[in-house]
Design a protein around this ligand. Structure first.
Ligand code: DUR
Ligand code: ZN
Length: 133
């Protein structure tokens, strides 16, 4: 399968999750055009609203290393869900802005269910930078 390696990286990232409150581990792996992979896991906090999802951790890590919107080829996400995991709304907004409309988003779970979608499909009728005038 085309995304097998990226999904495996997301699975590895999931093991790093810091989830003392929800106990729900999520992993993400973001591939760059120059062949790097940035892993992300969810990182929780006793102040629950500060919890950061795996998807945003992966993107923010890549941005902090100098990567820009347009530099990414695919994002994989994995969690222990019945079907492929569904990113939260906040992550969909970030994935769209930093990944771009066409970014392949590969949603999966520990059982191996896979749903291939795109950033834009995951957030129809989105608010974006062009709306700021
Ligand atoms: O796609 C998702 C969905 C949830 N979570 C995290 C947020 C929180 O730490 C925990 C429970 O919502 O899972 C993610 O990281 N990614
Ligand atoms: Zn999220």
């Amino acid at each position: 399968m085309k995304y097998a390696k990226l999904i495996d990286e997301a699975r590895t990232a999931r093991e790093m999750a810091y989830v003392p409150y929800s106990k729900f581990k999520v992993g993400a792996a973001l591939e760059t055009k120059d062949g790097r992979i940035f892993r992300g896991c969810n990182v929780e906090n006793a102040s629950y609203g500060l919890c950061n999802c795996a998807e945003r951790t992966a993107f923010f890590s890549a941005i902090a290393e100098g990567y820009k919107p347009g530099d990414f080829t695919a994002l994989a996400v994995i969690g222990q869900t019945d079907g492929p995991i569904a990113p939260c709304g906040a992550c969909r907004q970030v994935i769209l802005e930093l990944g771009g409309n066409a970014l392949p988003v590969v949603l999966t779970n520990l059982k191996g269910d896979v749903f291939e979608t795109t950033a834009a499909q995951q957030l129809p009728n989105a608010f974006g930078g062009a709306d700021l005038n």
